[in-house]
Write a new protein. Structure first.
Length: 202
């Protein structure tokens, strides 16, 4: 049975493991191949919101193991979170890699519209795919959005990922437009992105 719940601070190691596995290409491009470095950077990224008990970081458990993560933005970041991440990146990455990381992040510059629940990362462990984990996460995210008076679910998905697109279509999300990004094609093998949205009724 799949159980979805808000992540807690003690879930950080499991969360970072899922995200590093689910987005392995993205992690390698942004941070290199060292798994411990990736874990430290991701831990820094999410520690602040979790320490303030932000409940829009969702995890899915299967047989008591964390197998899925969904991140709803905007997250409650403050200046200290940003400063901490900058320091960690400066420590973990060479000057060249920091510049390359900024270029890599520019591909993911899309943000949420005011009032939307923006699903920035939906990741499932490779060993748990095809078991309904993604569906359970998205369903829970919709309930979260309604409870928090958000007007819509929204996300960008790789146009060449038909499995993910079908998941969101079955959840009632509609493709509104597409965007071609040649840099994304070079770095991540994703030259085209699709923006999907579902208007929510309370």
């Amino acid at each position: 049975m799949i159980r979805v719940r808000p992540a807690a601070l003690e879930d950080l190691p499991a969360m970072t493991h899922v995200l590093a596995d689910a987005f392995s290409v993205k992690m390698r491009v942004l941070y290199g191949r060292d798994p411990e470095r990736i874990r430290r950077i991701l831990t820094t990224m999410y520690r602040g919101p979790l320490s303030r008990e932000y409940d829009g970081l969702l995890i899915a458990e299967l047989d008591r193991q964390v197998v899925g993560v969904l991140v709803i933005e905007p997250m409650p970041w403050d200046g200290s979170d940003a400063d901490r991440l900058v320091r960690v990146l400066a420590t973990e990455l060479s000057a060249w890699r920091q510049m390359f990381t900024r270029i890599g992040f520019s591909v993911f510059s899309h943000g949420p519209n005011v009032g939307d629940a923006y699903l920035s990362d939906v990741g499932v462990l490779s060993s748990a795919r095809g078991k309904g984990v993604g569906k359970a996460l998205v369903q829970h995210a919709e309930g979260w959005a309604i409870a928090h008076q958000r007007t819509a679910l929204a996300l960008w998905v790789a146009s060449n990922n038909p499995v993910a697109r079908r998941l969101y279509e079955r959840a009632g999300m509609v493709a509104l437009h597409h965007e071609i990004n040649l840099l994304s094609g070079v770095l991540y093998g994703v030259p085209r992105w699709t923006y999907m949205r579902k208007v929510l009724t309370t």
